[in-house]
Design a protein around this ligand. Sequence first.
Ligand SMILES: Nc1ncnc2c1ncn2[C@@H]1O[C@H](COP(=O)(O)OP(=O)(O)OP(=O)(O)O)[C@@H](O)[C@H]1O
Length: 488
Amino acid sequence: MLQVNELSGGYGSGLIVRGVSFSVKQGELFGILGPNGSGKTTLLNMISGLTKPESGTIFVKDKPIESYTPKELARVVAVLPQMTSSQFAYTVKETVSLGRYAHQTGFFKSWTDEDETAVQEAMDQTGTSLFAEKPLSALSGGERQRVFLAQALAQEPEILLLDEPTNHLDLSFQKELLDLLKKMTTDGLTVISIFHDLNLSSLYCDRLLLMDEGRIHTIGSPADIMIEQHIHDVYDTNVQKQAHPEVPKPQMSLLPEMAVQEDVDINEQFLERHGDYLAIRPPVPLKSLSSGVIGAGWGWRSTFVNRHVDQNYNMDNFEEEAAAYFEENGFDLNETVGMMTAVKMEDAAWRKETKEDVSVFVVATAGVGNAVDVTQPRGSWKEKVTPGTINIWVFVNGKLSEEAFVQGLMTATEAKVKALADAGVQDPKTGTIATGTSTDSMLIAATQRGAYQQFAGSITPLGIAIGRAVYVAVTESLQKTARRKALL
Ligand SMILES: Nc1ncnc2c1ncn2[C@@H]1O[C@H](COP(=O)(O)OP(=O)(O)OP(=O)(O)O)[C@@H](O)[C@H]1O
C-alpha cells in the first residue's frame, strides 16, 4: 500500500529524515515512535505530500507520490487535521463536510447523496452526530479530536495518517479511538500513526518503527521494539518490560529516580500474635507473589495476615466472608495478603536464616488434616471442602529478580515436602507419604532492598536460607499441632 525507499529530507539547509526505508501493507496499523525532534512529523509530512523529500522515493499504491494530483492523493491518503483558530466558527457537521472536497467534481461542486452518507457515517463512527449542529468552539478538546477524525474518515481514504491522535483524549476516548482504528484496519483501512505512548502503541499496532535522530533505529513487531535496551538507547531513559495482564503485548514501566533506600530487616519483632490471627506489617511495602485468599498473584503489599478459622468453617462463600473479616479487622484489602487455616495460631512456628548477603524470615502453620500425596491417581474436586492447610510465608531481606521469586517458591515447596516426609505424614486415602495438603498456600515477599539475588535455587545463598528456614518452621509447626492434638 505504501513504500518508502531511502527517504531523506527536512526544511531548507539540514536533513531531518535520513535514509528511511519501510513499507506498510494494506490493513496494517503501523506506529511511528521516537523522541521529540527525531523526525516523526517530518516523515509523516513527506508521506502526506506536504513536504517534498530531498531524495528517495515514496510509492502510494505502487505509483510514485509525485504522479498524483493533490486531489487524487487526497482520495487515497487522509491526514488527521490539526485544529486552527479559524475553524472555531464552523459547526461540527460543516467541519466534517470539509473532508468531502476531494470527492467533489465539476464546476459547481454540488453536494451529492454520497457526500451526505459519507459525512453521516463518519459522524456516527466517531460518536459526533449528537453535536452535529454545535460550533467547534463549544466542544471539549477530546470531542474536537473526534470531529477531526470524522473529517478525515469522511474523505473515505485508503490510508489514514495520524500525528499523536490520542493527544487531549481521556482514558476512555483513547481506548475508543484506538479500538475504532483497529476495527477499521480489519475492514481494510491502512493506518500510520505517530505515538508518544509506548504502551498504547505496543497494545494496538501490528508493527512499529522506532526513530532516532532521523534514522530508523528498529522496525518490527511490538516484541521487537519493546526491548529495554532499545528504549534506553533511543530515549535515554530507564524502563522495565512487563507482560500485559491480558494481551500478549509487552508493556514498559518507567523507573523513576529513587533516593538510596535503607535496608529493612523483616524478623520476629514484626510478628503480631493475636488469638485468631497472625500478622506482619513491615515498615515498607514488600513485592509479593502469593496464593493467598486475599491479594493473590503479584503486588506490593504492606500487610500479611494468617487467620484461624474453625474446622467446620463454611467454605461455600469463603472469598466474600474472608474479605469481610479482613476489612472488619482493619486490613486494607488492596494492601493485604490474607490466608486462612484451621490450625490454631499457637501452633505457628518461625525461623530466621541468614546466608552470606541475604536473610529470610519464614512463618509456617502446618495442619495435615487434608494431607495428600499428589503423585497418586485420584478423583478431582474444584471446591475447597475443609480448611486443613499448610500456610508458608517466606520474607526475604534482599532484592530479587522475578526468576528468584519463582525459584524461591520451588525451593520452599521442596523443603515443605521433605519436612512432611521426615515427619512421616501420610495421605489417609492412599497410605503413602503426603507431599502437601489439598489447600496449601504460599507467599514469597521481598523488601527489594539490599543485595541483589538473581537466583533462589537450592544451592544459591537465598535458596539455602529458604530451604533450611522452611524445613525447620514446617517441622516445628507439625510437631506443635501433633502435640496439641495428642493432648485433646
Ligand atoms: N517547519 C520547520 N522548519 C524548520 N525546522 C523544523 C520545522 N519543523 C520541524 N523542524 C525541526 O525538525 C526537527 C524534527 O521535527 P519533527 O517535528 O519532525 O520531530 P518529531 O519527531 O515529530 O518531534 P515531536 O515528538 O516533538 O513532535 C526538529 O529539530 C524541529 O525543530
